[in-house]
Design a protein around this ligand. Structure first.
Ligand code: OXD
Length: 309
C-alpha cells in the first residue's frame, strides 16, 4: 500500500525525502504519477484538484500539509468515510506566535511609522500606544491562539479570547458564542483572527465587526483571506474607524500586483509566511499517522468533519 503526496505547486520531493528519512521503506507516490489508484491508502494533500481524491478506492486518510483543512473540505467531491487530519506542530505554533507578537509590538512601538519618517528624513518621537489602549482580542483559541495569548500576556498585554465553545485559559479573559461576540469586540483594540475557515466564520471580519471595535483599532489576519471582507476593511481604514491592518493571508494568493492592499500606507502585507510548515518538523507525525491507519487505528489530530476543524 502507498502514500500519495498531492501538493501541486509545492516541493513534493522535499517531503518525500523527509518522510523516507524516517521510514526508508515507505512506498511514496507523487501526484500525478500515482501508479495503480487502488494502492493508495493515505494522501498527504495541499490544494489538491477537486474530485481527484475520489479516484482512490482504498483511501483511508487525507492528511493536510498545514494546520488548516479548508482546502480539503471545500472539495465538493471528497470521498466519504475517510479520516481528515491536520498538522499540530510546536514549530508552526511558535512561528505563528512569533509573527503575532512581532506585529503587536510593532503597532505599540510604531515601527512602521518610524520607517516612513526615516524615508522622509524626519526625526520625530511618536507616543508609545498605552497598554490600556492595546487590549488584544484573539478570535480562535486553538493551539496557536492559546500560545499567542500566553506570549502576549508575558509582555503585559491584557488578552481577551473568543471561541465557539467556552474555554478556560490562565490569565486570559475568554468569551464564547455569538451572544458574547460584541462584548469581546468592544474590548479589543488589536483584533487578531486565528479562526478556522468554515461557513460560519467566512467573512467574519466585516463592517459590523469593525463597527463594534474601539475607535482606531488595528486588525491582524493570519487565518484565511476569506475571513476578511476586503472592501469593508478599506472603508473602515478610510473613515478612521480602524488605524490599520497587518495581513498575511488573502482571497487570492499571490495578491494581485494591482490590489489596493499592496500600496496602502496603513496595511502591512506579508506573503502567507506567518507559519511555515517545515518538513523536518512535521514528517514524523505524517509517518506516525500513516502507520496508525495501516494498522487500523485512528490517526492523530483528526478533524471533526461536521465542525470543519
Ligand atoms: C496552514 C497554512 O494552514 O499554512 O498551515 O495556512
Amino acid at each position: 500500500m502507498a502514500l500519495l503526496i498531492i501538493t501541486p505547486g509545492r516541493n513534493a520531493l522535499r517531503w518525500q525525502r523527509e518522510l523516507q528519512r524516517i521510514d526508508s521503506k515507505l512506498d511514496i507516490r507523487i501526484w500525478p504519477d500515482t501508479g495503480a489508484p487502488k494502492e493508495i491508502e493515505f494522501a498527504f494533500a495541499w490544494n489538491h484538484p477537486a474530485g481527484e481524491l475520489q479516484k482512490y478506492p482504498n483511501l483511508k486518510c487525507i492528511a493536510s500539509l498545514g494546520a488548516g483543512v479548508d482546502h480539503i473540505l471545500q472539495d465538493p467531491d471528497l470521498p466519504e468515510n475517510v479520516f481528515v487530519t491536520r498538522v499540530v506542530d510546536p514549530l508552526l505554533t511558535r512561528s505563528m506566535s512569533e509573527y503575532i507578537v512581532l506585529t503587536v509590538l510593532n503597532r505599540r512601538r510604531n515601527f512602521c511609522v518610524y520607517r516612513e519618517k526615516q524615508q522622509k528624513k524626519k526625526w520625530h518621537l511618536e507616543p508609545i500606544v498605552e497598554f490600556s489602549r492595546c487590549n488584544i482580542g484573539i478570535m480562535g483559541l486553538g493551539e496557536i491562539g492559546k500560545s499567542a495569548a500566553k506570549r502576549l500576556t508575558e509582555f503585559s498585554f491584557r488578552v481577551f479570547g473568543w471561541s465557539r465553545t467556552p474555554k478556560q485559559i490562565p490569565k486570559i479573559t475568554t468569551c464564547y458564542g455569538n451572544h458574547q461576540f460584541m462584548q469581546f469586540l468592544h474590548r479589543s483594540h488589536i483584533l487578531i483572527c486565528l479562526l478556522p475557515l468554515t461557513p460560519l466564520t467566512k467573512d467574519i471580519l466585516n463592517q459590523s465587526t469593525f463597527d463594534n471595535l474601539p475607535e482606531g483599532a488595528y486588525v491582524i489576519n493570519v487565518a484565511r483571506g476569506e475571513h476578511l471582507v476586503e472592501h469593508d476593511l478599506l472603508q473602515a481604514i478610510e473613515t478612521g474607524k480602524l488605524s490599520g491592518a497587518c495581513l498575511d493571508v488573502f482571497r487570492q494568493e499571490p495578491l494581485p500586483k494591482k490590489h489596493p492592499f499592496r500600496r496602502h500606507p496603513k496595511i502591512i502585507v506579508t506573503p502567507h509566511i506567518a507559519g511555515i510548515t517545515a518538513p523536518e518538523s512535521v514528517a514524523g507525525q505524517v509517518v506516525e499517522n500513516y502507520t496508525r491507519v495501516q494498522m487500523g487505528e485512528p490517526p492523530l489530530h483528526r478533524v471533526n468533519l461536521q465542525r470543519g476543524y
